[in-house]
Design a protein around this ligand. Structure first.
Ligand SMILES: Nc1ncnc2c1ncn2[C@@H]1O[C@H](COP(=O)(O)OP(=O)(O)OP(=O)(O)O)[C@@H](O)[C@H]1O
Ligand SMILES: [Mg+2]
Length: 276
């Protein structure tokens, strides 16, 4: 933790006086296993160790982000995102502390699987999350939302509640598959529900320097999306896959790992370059 602080105080000290406005970033891609949750947990943790008050919202019924910051998803029956969405619990009551003092989380619950059907007849159903977060968003500099691998109710609610969208793309075959569908959904959300939604950028994940395919995919994506691709590329790194089973973001699990350095670089890029 101290090492993380030193890293940030050395490298972003010139940004300390910037005016802070609360910003919400949705991490979405309906393709499964591309690094959404790994990015949500570790970007949130890195922003938090840079002393930004950060809230992670686990919007995926799988609850991987919840477990990944050390909260047992089976132990949050009473206060979780599902109960917030149904109106049984105010958002503030569902907020949990994590090992990083500046990082809070609203945990997920498997009952979230049902909301799509349960809320079918509800008016303004797509704005539910945005409305509920109004009560707490001023407590944070950043809100990071981890989406499920679908373009359903939960992802649309996350897009409506967000200022920015970050799309992780795995450096693998068919990386761009389904991306046009996602971008169409984003366009619809911008037109009908949230005109302020902006693409923060595309994040290349699980890059393997020894694999020629990784290089080819990265080149293709950069050719196609140009400056909208983050300069930071997340490498394939075993520490990133191990850390969730210890309930720790990688900066607390192994600060010196390539994965930790990459996510700190991503946080710095987000804080520094005026992209957001
Ligand atoms: N950079 C990386 N290096 C090594 N393993 C990674 C990396 N990023 C993610 N993983 C691993 O790949 C798997 C999928 O990652 P993750 O859960 O972040 O993807 P996801 O997009 O959230 O998946 P889902 O669509 O199921 O929600 C996990 O086992 C994770 O630990
Ligand atoms: Mg996930």
């Amino acid at each position: 933790m101290i090492a993380c602080r030193q890293y940030f105080s050395l490298s972003i000290s010139h940004l300390q006086n910037r005016e802070i406005v609360s910003k919400s970033i949705c991490i979405a891609n309906q393709k499964g296993g591309v690094g959404k949750t790994t990015t949500a947990i570790n970007l949130a943790a890195c922003l938090a160790v840079a002393e930004k008050r950060t809230l992670l919202i686990d919007c995926d019924p799988q609850g991987n982000a919840t477990n990944g910051v050390g909260i047992d998803k089976s132990m949050v029956r009473a206060d979780n995102l599902y109960r917030v969405l149904t109106g049984e619990v105010p958002a503030g009551n569902a907020v949990r502390k994590t090992e990083i003092p500046t990082l809070d989380i609203i945990p997920s619950h498997q009952d979230l699987i049902g909301v799509e059907v349960e809320f079918i007849a509800l008016e303004d159903r797509e704005k539910k999350l945005k409305d509920l977060l109004k009560a707490i968003d001023t407590n944070y500099d950043f809100i990071i939302i981890d989406c499920p691998p679908s373009l359903g109710f939960l992802t649309v609610n996350s897009l409506v509640a967000s200022d920015y969208l970050l799309i992780p793309l795995q450096c693998e075959y068919f990386a761009l598959e389904g991306l046009s569908q996602l971008l169409n959904t984003v366009k619809l959300v911008q037109v009908r529900l949230n005109p302020a939604l902006t693409l923060a950028g595309i994040l290349l994940t699980m890059f393997d320097t020894r694999n020629r395919l990784s290089h080819r995919v990265a080149e293709e994506v950069k050719k196609y999306f140009g400056a909208r691709v983050f300069n930071t590329i997340i490498p394939r790194n075993v520490r990133l896959s191990e850390s969730p089973s210890h309930g720790l973001p990688v900066v607390l699990y192994d600060i010196g790992s390539k994965g930790a350095v990459a996510y700190m670089d991503l946080a710095k890029e987000i804080l520094a370059n005026g992209r957001l």
